[in-house]
Ligand binder design. Structure first.
Ligand code: S3P
Length: 433
């Protein structure tokens, strides 16, 4: 897919499931590989990012059977059973793979090198390298603190007490995974609650993890025991449809089996505050994660000041939340979201540029955006090779004047390969060039 052209729709309908949760998919392969025994995974996200993690573990000697339709059978090798990869480990666009793997690789007895694509090569890695160094790890990066990351083997790790300077589940997870290999206790304290899938899944694999307020601790030297994992559908992918159905009159869609872990539901709270008509149906728990079907019907949204305590809980959904704000009545103000500047693109800049070029009154700020809702014109948009920017503007096309042409959409495949197909089935009007 090179370009998408998204035009107005008369309404979205249907009941369907979006692909599996990206964060949980990565972790299922990581912990399944490091466990003792065979881990069966269903609902795995077969998209480039999670497949990059899978390939990295195959390169380190783990046998992973692909049973079709998101089903994996992982033959775990135990915490000390990985073997040296023959080549550098290439993780494409995936920050989660690189940051979490750096923690695991710091505990191995072989040297390794992590490399990524052009976008990942620009992203900050000191946030994991600095605390890993405190644990005793030796990891070389470029002078700018970016990848390639060269991880030296055989350095004994020690547990640390680390207060993270930013709210980042990737940093927290990297350190907890390194902590599995460390002497003593590793404690990570976060300034704001971030997604807790690593902690939950470690417990599911039988590892003792203590959570007290904003601090998480574990002791090195234990073992992981294989389990079955049912990966829920990804709320971050569902978010595009939540906004799409809200802004498109005559819409009524139900998204099935969506993960509603409380550390991920900021987008629901934000849209509900904006007046969205969203209902959670059939709430249940699957393998330690809460899931529900989510029904959303069209509703005029209104601008709000987004509470800062919801920012980390909706961090990946801001591109499409900004689109919701563009169609809302009144002003939306987002603050405390400076982490958006270090995602697959600088999502404050890329979204503000795109919205401005569509005639939206959007003003980028250092840590967020101010958007005055109103009409959205058609136009031509750069995705800056960022999957969520591309999909957010496909949603913006649903009620625009004319149509929106979005350039460089290949990266949609990193998280949502069948986006266009699913979107078209429920009533989007998207052409792919
Ligand atoms: C992720 C954490 C978030 C998120 C990313 C996935 C994870 O990043 O943006 O898409 O799986 O841990 P940060 O933890 O760096 O905010």
């Amino acid at each position: 897919m090179n370009k998408m052209i998204s035009g107005p729709s008369n309404g979205l309908t249907g009941k369907f499931r979006v692909p599996g949760d990206k964060s949980i998919s990565h972790r299922s392969v990581m912990l399944g590989s490091l466990a003792e025994g065979v881990t069966e995974v269903s609902g795995f996200l077969e998209a480039e990012d999670a497949l990059a993690t899978l390939k990295a573990f195959e390169d380190m000697g783990v046998k992973i059977e692909r049973l079709g339709e998101g089903r994996l059978r992982i033959h775990g090798v135990g915490l000390h059973g990985l073997v040296a990869p023959k080549n550098d480990l290439y993780v494409g666009n995936s920050g989660t793979s690189m940051r979490l793997l750096s923690g695991i690789l710091a505990g191995q007895t072989f040297d390794s090198v992590l490399v990524g694509d052009a976008s990942l090569t620009k992203r900050p890695m000191r946030r994991v390298l600095d605390p890993l160094a405190l644990m005793g790890a030796t990891v070389e990066s470029t002078d700018k603190g970016t990848s390639p990351l060269r991880i030296q083997a055989g350095v004994p790790l020690r547990g640390i007490h680390y207060e993270m300077p930013m709210g980042s589940a990737q940093v927290k997870s990297c350190l907890l995974l390194a902590g599995l290999y460390a002497n003593g206790t590793t404690t990570v304290v976060e300034p704001a609650v971030t997604r807790d899938h690593t902690e939950r899944m470690l417990k599911g694999f039988g590892y003792e993890v203590k959570t007290e307020g904003n601090s998480v601790s574990l002791q090195g030297g234990g073992k992981l025991s294989a389990m079955s994992i049912d990966v829920p559908a990804d709320i971050s992918s569902a978010a595009f449809f939540l906004v799409a159905a809200s802004i498109t009159p005559n819409s009524d869609i139900t998204l099935e089996h969506i993960g509603i872990n409380a550390t991920r539901t900021g987008v629901l709270d934000i849209l509900l505050k904006m007046g969205a008509d969203i209902q959670l149906l059939n709430e249940r728990e699957v393998g330690g994660e809460k899931v529900a079907d989510i029904r959303v019907r069209s509703q005029q949204l209104k601008g709000i000041e987004v509470p800062e305590n919801l920012v980390a809980l909706a961090i990946d959904e801001f591109p499409v939340i900004f689109v919701a704000a563009a169609y809302a009545e009144g002003q939306t103000v987002v603050t405390g979201a400076e982490e958006l500047r270090v995602k697959e693109s600088d999502r404050i800049e890329t979204m503000a540029n795109g919205l401005l070029s569509l005639g939206v009154d959007a003003q980028a700020t250092a840590d967020g955006m101010i958007i005055n809702g109103g009409a959205v014109n058609g136009g031509e948009i750069e995705s800056y090779d960022d999957h969520r920017i591309a999909m957010a503007f496909a949603v913006a096309g649903l009620q625009c004047e004319g149509e929106i042409k979005i350039n460089n959409c290949e990266n949609v495949a990193t998280s949502f390969p069948d986006f266009v197909e699913l979107a078209s089935t429920c009533g989007f009007n998207i052409e792919v060039i």
